[in-house]
Design a protein around this ligand. Sequence first.
Ligand code: MN
Length: 269
Amino acid sequence: MSVNNPTKFDRRNIIKSGFLLSLGTFLISKSQSIAGNSLNNSLNNNISDDNSQMGATSLIYPFTLPKLEYGFAALEPNIDKMTMEIHYTKHHQGYLNNLNKIIESNVSLQNLKIEEVLPKITNEKSDNGLKNNAGGHFNHTFFWNILTPKQSSKEPKGDFLNHVIKDFGSLDRLKVSFDEAAKTRFGSGWAWLVYDDNDRKLKVTSTPNQDNPLMNFSEVKGKPIMGIDVWEHAYYLKYQNKRADYITSFWNILDWSKVENNYNKATLK
Ligand code: MN
């Protein structure tokens, strides 16, 4: 069909070709969403995820990679493209694959959201696989969600800021405390700001490996509000041994509005 010679089209052909075009578009988007559901999906798949609290594609088993709201290079120069790509497609994907394998043979976990799986995990050796991989999936999904390429000039306000001032004195004091937790976590792990339901306080803590403050054996328990991955795989390509510089750059790409959302959800009665 020649587009240059529209006189050769009759109305019927135009309607027919319009229909075929729509069908083609539908099939392409369908095949993309099928590919998106496979465990090998990559950022290039535009997966729809309107049913998610955390931005995750699948809320229950089988879990899938969450859609990133930005490209691998978008967080440059704070986090470099290669680190993001490897971190998301290899590390996070690895935790996911292992988690799905473990849950495949554990029917009681198959209808639970990841944040409902975490409190069921014990610190016994027999739960090690589940602990590392369920934690790995939750923690990374949480982390991607609070990062943004739109450098956050907008600092928090309202209820969240008031709570920070009440428990830490100021936003700067919270940052100092969080930085310290992230810097001093020995080996691999995470630093967190959590909300503790029991005393209604915001607390800074850190966890080893892929442990998480929603796990019952966590030293400080609470709902995660903000977190940073301090595993070497999160920063070593660009920052090498300078973890402190990576932590400083975290504040440039932190989306305070997501942090506030996490706070609002956590404090909701
Ligand atoms: Mn990581």
